[in-house]
Write a protein that binds this ligand. Sequence first.
Ligand SMILES: Cc1cc2nc3c(=O)[nH]c(=O)nc-3n(C[C@H](O)[C@H](O)[C@H](O)COP(=O)(O)OP(=O)(O)OC[C@H]3O[C@@H](n4cnc5c(N)ncnc54)[C@H](O)[C@@H]3O)c2cc1C
Length: 419
Amino acid sequence: MMATRDLVIIGGGSAGMAAAISAYDEGVKDIVILERSPYLGGILNQCIHNGFGLQYFKEELTGPEFLTRFVVEVQKRGIEVKLNANVTAISKDKTVTYVSPEGAGVIEAKSIVLATGCYERSAGSIGIPGERPSGVITAGQAQLYLNEYGYLVGKKVFILGSGDIGLIMARRMTLEGAQVLGVAELMPYSNGLNRNIQQCLIDFGIPLYLSHTVTKVIGKGKLEAIEISQVDGSLKPIPGTEKRFDVDTLLLSVGLVPNNDLLDKIGVPISPTRGSKVNEHMETELDGVFSCGNVLHVHDLVDYVVEEGHQAGKSAAAYLQGRLPRHEDVLYTQAGNGVGYVVPACIDLHNADGKVAIKFRVRRPAKEVYVEYRIGETLIKRMYKPAIIPSEMEIVSLDKASLQGEGPLTVSLVAKEVK
Ligand SMILES: Cc1cc2nc3c(=O)[nH]c(=O)nc-3n(C[C@H](O)[C@H](O)[C@H](O)COP(=O)(O)OP(=O)(O)OC[C@H]3O[C@@H](n4cnc5c(N)ncnc54)[C@H](O)[C@@H]3O)c2cc1C
């Protein structure tokens, strides 16, 4: 007989654990978390540096310290967890198929929370010219080898991309005795948080080459050197600007992508984040299927991932208890000038009480701008920002009652008038 569950949570990282805790506290007791790795906690297991939890716990914790607090809460509630259980498919009628050391399993779920995190873009996805030797590895994979298995992947390192994981690995590898010769960033600005530029590069004297990219990978079998070049305004390498670095390792920190394969495979509509389209309850376009954390959109801070997980868990409980009817006439959102994406994709205004959190990222850094929220031509809210950058996710809370009129709700950047 097929197993049935009120709530199946796929992925036991920060988002999945937070969702489980909140759903349980709202009265849903028949929950299982399916996690493909041998432990709970997700990516934070390998993030042994500090800086986690400043918003959520008002304390500075390491990744493992942060996740342990959630593991304890999951265990206290006796929520069932299946480890080494890799979910291979979800169907539109919410049947979940997984494989584990005990064999294949199938669960008929009444509700699902997808919390499968994100994956790193690799050399294949950015097409670096040159040879394909060993020694080219993503920064997150190098972090896993070093922090969980104790292997230093190289001694002379160059990093392509200034995302946070690359910056953190520049510091980490230096502390472990490797020589980090530099970081090249295609854009004229860094994609990492300012605190990481200061604490991971400037404090260690590691040069950051803005508007540069790797134009050659050199080495047969094993990496011997790389060549970087400056790029022009259209991001094309400028001949004559080549610089060679003799290195045994090239770390790639060139972006994270939501790991939304399970919903992609069954055609659930996706948003510009490459996660699913959700409403303000984190519900996808499939009834009773919710998405949260990095599988929905890549977050800058785990603190916000956890808040989203709690929201998805509460919504799943409301759905199971018949308190979350879906209405067709919703207010859609869209990214306007200078904005890359907006989450949620739509807002249900049938219950116009309370507030809705609008999250977005800008496409490129801007100074002295207003962020405008408009429904059609009507200005709902305008906020001044002295500076705004793509590496930081923006969150603003709007009163649902203020969201009246013909949609969509557009979030845009508008330059401050010069008087
Ligand atoms: C390499 C890397 C390093 C990072 N470093 C930092 C950092 O230093 N600071 C910071 O604030 N943020 C960092 N982040 C961002 C971090 O991912 C988030 O802050 C947060 O931890 C994400 O939580 P999550 O639960 O959404 O995803 P995750 O923590 O990634 O959890 C997803 C879980 O889902 C499981 N899973 C995936 N697919 C399946 C499946 N099919 N079946 C079953 N289980 C599945 C995974 O094994 C994993 O445990 C990093 C991200 C990456 C990728």
